[in-house]
Design a protein around this ligand. Structure first.
Ligand code: ATP
Length: 206
């Protein structure tokens, strides 16, 4: 079966930036955030189960999910949050694996922000962490999203620590250098890893 790489990193570490460099080499990306949105689109079993459990109050007039309302329902209700994760996580996991199986590139990358937090590292052959100093992570994300550094710091505190993430990583990309638009410093690291993954994918096939 397909060689699967799990790509992760903290908020604003540069996952998307790095993933796009692999995509430029022809590697298929499976994005957990995209799949997480797809599985609650109108007409899905996921959305039907959510509406059934929480009531019509978590739907917008057009029948789509009211994310804000759902967030409020689970915010200070750990049991409800557990219920929601218990519903959605298995669906997201199997959709990701399905998408990976369909990919025809030499190997496939699952891009998963909470790869280790949610135990999805068990589904992949190898893990790649995009590493960045917290101060850079915070300033880049605040600038990108137009939010305060304090808000980003809060999200950062809800994720596993930089040290824990690095300890679990098979491979690490260093994204501490401030690059211009061309991301040349990242590109050379991606190229070296790509060669390695092509070899690993070829030996897995045998
Ligand atoms: P999130 O977890 O929020 O989805 P992410 O890990 O996908 O974020 P990116 O969106 O790739 O991170 O990067 C965060 C921001 O930092 C973006 O605006 C990106 O352009 C910028 N950035 C990433 N790497 C660098 C770099 N080496 N030099 C300068 N800016 C960078």
């Amino acid at each position: 079966s397909q060689f699967i790489l799990g790509l992760t990193g903290g908020i604003g570490s540069g996952k998307t930036t790095v993933a796009n460099l692999f995509a430029k080499k022809g590697i298929t990306l499976v994005d957990a955030d995209v799949i997480a949105r797809d599985v609650v689109m109108p007409g899905t079993q996921g959305l039907a189960a959510i509406a059934n459990h929480f009531g019509e109050g978590v739907l917008l007039p057009d029948g789509s999910l009211n994310r804000q309302a759902l967030r409020e329902r689970v915010f200070s209700a750990p049991g409800e949050r557990l219920w929601l994760n218990g519903l959605l996580h298995p669906i997201i996991r199997s959709e990701m694996l399905d998408a990976a199986k369909k990919a025809t590139s030499e190997y496939v990358i699952l891009v998963v922000p909470l790869l280790f937090e949610n135990g999805l590292d068990r589904l992949v052959d190898r893990t790649l962490v995009v590493d960045v100093e917290p101060s850079r992570q915070i300033s880049r994300t605040a600038r990108r999203d137009g939010v305060s550094e304090a808000q980003v710091a809060n999200i950062l505190a809800s994720q596993i620590s930089r040290d824990e993430r690095l300890a679990k990583a098979d491979d690490v990309i260093n994204n501490n250098t401030d690059n211009k638009e061309d991301f040349a410093g990242l590109e050379s690291q991606v190229t070296a890893l790509h060669q390695r993954y092509l070899q690993l994918a070829a030996s897995k096939k045998q």
